[in-house]
Design a protein around this ligand. Structure first.
Ligand SMILES: [Zn+2]
Length: 120
Protein backbone atom coordinates (compact mmCIF):
# COMPACT_ATOMS: atom_id res chain seq x y z
CA UNK A 1 0.00 0.00 0.00
CA UNK A 2 1.39 3.40 -1.00
CA UNK A 3 1.58 6.07 1.66
CA UNK A 4 0.64 9.73 1.69
CA UNK A 5 3.63 12.08 1.88
CA UNK A 6 1.52 14.48 3.93
CA UNK A 7 -1.45 13.85 6.20
CA UNK A 8 -4.84 15.27 5.37
CA UNK A 9 -4.75 17.16 8.68
CA UNK A 10 -1.42 18.87 7.83
CA UNK A 11 -2.53 19.62 4.29
CA UNK A 12 -5.79 21.10 5.55
CA UNK A 13 -3.82 23.45 7.83
CA UNK A 14 -2.12 24.93 4.74
CA UNK A 15 -5.52 25.85 3.33
CA UNK A 16 -6.87 27.69 6.36
CA UNK A 17 -8.01 31.17 5.38
CA UNK A 18 -7.84 30.56 1.63
CA UNK A 19 -10.92 30.71 -0.58
CA UNK A 20 -11.76 29.63 -4.12
CA UNK A 21 -10.77 32.38 -6.57
CA UNK A 22 -14.01 31.89 -8.49
CA UNK A 23 -16.75 31.57 -5.85
CA UNK A 24 -15.14 32.65 -2.56
CA UNK A 25 -15.91 29.43 -0.69
CA UNK A 26 -13.27 27.67 1.43
CA UNK A 27 -10.91 25.48 -0.63
CA UNK A 28 -10.64 21.90 0.58
CA UNK A 29 -8.24 18.96 0.19
CA UNK A 30 -9.03 16.61 -2.68
CA UNK A 31 -7.69 13.06 -2.72
CA UNK A 32 -5.65 12.31 -5.83
CA UNK A 33 -2.35 10.69 -6.89
CA UNK A 34 0.96 12.31 -7.85
CA UNK A 35 2.90 11.59 -11.08
CA UNK A 36 4.42 8.47 -9.45
CA UNK A 37 1.02 7.13 -8.50
CA UNK A 38 1.40 7.89 -4.79
CA UNK A 39 -1.71 9.10 -3.01
CA UNK A 40 -1.62 12.80 -2.25
CA UNK A 41 -3.85 15.81 -1.79
CA UNK A 42 -4.52 18.73 -4.04
CA UNK A 43 -6.51 21.76 -3.16
CA UNK A 44 -9.77 22.52 -4.84
CA UNK A 45 -13.33 23.75 -4.78
CA UNK A 46 -16.10 21.17 -4.95
CA UNK A 47 -18.94 23.56 -5.89
CA UNK A 48 -16.87 24.88 -8.86
CA UNK A 49 -15.39 21.43 -9.65
CA UNK A 50 -11.91 22.91 -10.05
CA UNK A 51 -8.42 22.42 -8.64
CA UNK A 52 -7.49 25.66 -6.94
CA UNK A 53 -4.79 26.66 -4.47
CA UNK A 54 -7.05 29.42 -3.21
CA UNK A 55 -6.56 33.11 -2.61
CA UNK A 56 -6.86 35.32 0.44
CA UNK A 57 -10.47 36.41 0.99
CA UNK A 58 -9.64 40.07 0.34
CA UNK A 59 -8.31 39.17 -3.12
CA UNK A 60 -11.60 37.44 -3.92
CA UNK A 61 -13.59 40.37 -2.50
CA UNK A 62 -11.72 42.93 -4.62
CA UNK A 63 -12.13 40.78 -7.75
CA UNK A 64 -15.85 40.26 -7.06
CA UNK A 65 -16.32 43.99 -6.50
CA UNK A 66 -14.57 44.77 -9.79
CA UNK A 67 -16.71 42.31 -11.75
CA UNK A 68 -20.11 42.71 -10.05
CA UNK A 69 -20.09 46.40 -9.08
CA UNK A 70 -17.82 47.86 -11.74
CA UNK A 71 -18.62 45.48 -14.61
CA UNK A 72 -14.97 44.77 -15.39
CA UNK A 73 -14.53 41.71 -17.57
CA UNK A 74 -11.10 40.24 -18.30
CA UNK A 75 -10.75 37.91 -21.19
CA UNK A 76 -14.13 36.20 -20.99
CA UNK A 77 -16.53 37.22 -23.69
CA UNK A 78 -19.76 35.30 -23.69
CA UNK A 79 -23.07 35.22 -25.42
CA UNK A 80 -25.82 36.63 -23.25
CA UNK A 81 -26.55 34.04 -20.57
CA UNK A 82 -29.81 32.17 -21.10
CA UNK A 83 -30.24 30.96 -17.52
CA UNK A 84 -29.33 32.15 -14.03
CA UNK A 85 -26.91 29.21 -13.72
CA UNK A 86 -25.19 30.28 -16.96
CA UNK A 87 -24.96 33.90 -15.75
CA UNK A 88 -23.48 32.78 -12.41
CA UNK A 89 -20.98 30.49 -14.16
CA UNK A 90 -19.81 33.35 -16.39
CA UNK A 91 -19.56 35.67 -13.40
CA UNK A 92 -17.46 33.12 -11.49
CA UNK A 93 -15.07 32.72 -14.44
CA UNK A 94 -14.70 36.50 -14.69
CA UNK A 95 -14.12 36.83 -10.94
CA UNK A 96 -11.53 34.03 -11.12
CA UNK A 97 -9.58 35.71 -13.93
CA UNK A 98 -9.80 39.05 -12.17
CA UNK A 99 -8.62 37.52 -8.87
CA UNK A 100 -5.39 36.37 -10.57
CA UNK A 101 -4.81 39.91 -11.85
CA UNK A 102 -5.60 41.47 -8.45
CA UNK A 103 -3.22 39.04 -6.72
CA UNK A 104 -0.47 39.87 -9.22
CA UNK A 105 -1.03 43.63 -8.88
CA UNK A 106 -0.82 43.42 -5.09
CA UNK A 107 2.37 41.31 -5.27
CA UNK A 108 3.95 43.89 -7.63
CA UNK A 109 2.85 46.70 -5.33
CA UNK A 110 4.48 44.93 -2.38
CA UNK A 111 7.76 44.54 -4.31
CA UNK A 112 7.73 48.22 -5.29
CA UNK A 113 7.05 49.32 -1.72
CA UNK A 114 9.81 47.03 -0.38
CA UNK A 115 12.27 48.44 -2.94
CA UNK A 116 11.31 51.97 -1.90
CA UNK A 117 11.84 51.09 1.77
CA UNK A 118 15.31 49.73 0.97
CA UNK A 119 16.12 52.99 -0.79
CA UNK A 120 15.47 55.02 2.38
ZN1 LIG B 1 -15.41 27.74 -6.07
Amino acid sequence: MKKYQITKKDFTKRLVGLVCHQCGKQVTPLDTVDNSGNPTFWSGCNPCSILDWGVKPEIYKIARMMVVDRHISLGHRFDLPKTEAEREYQEHLNIGSTAHIVQSVLQCQKLILEAQDEGD
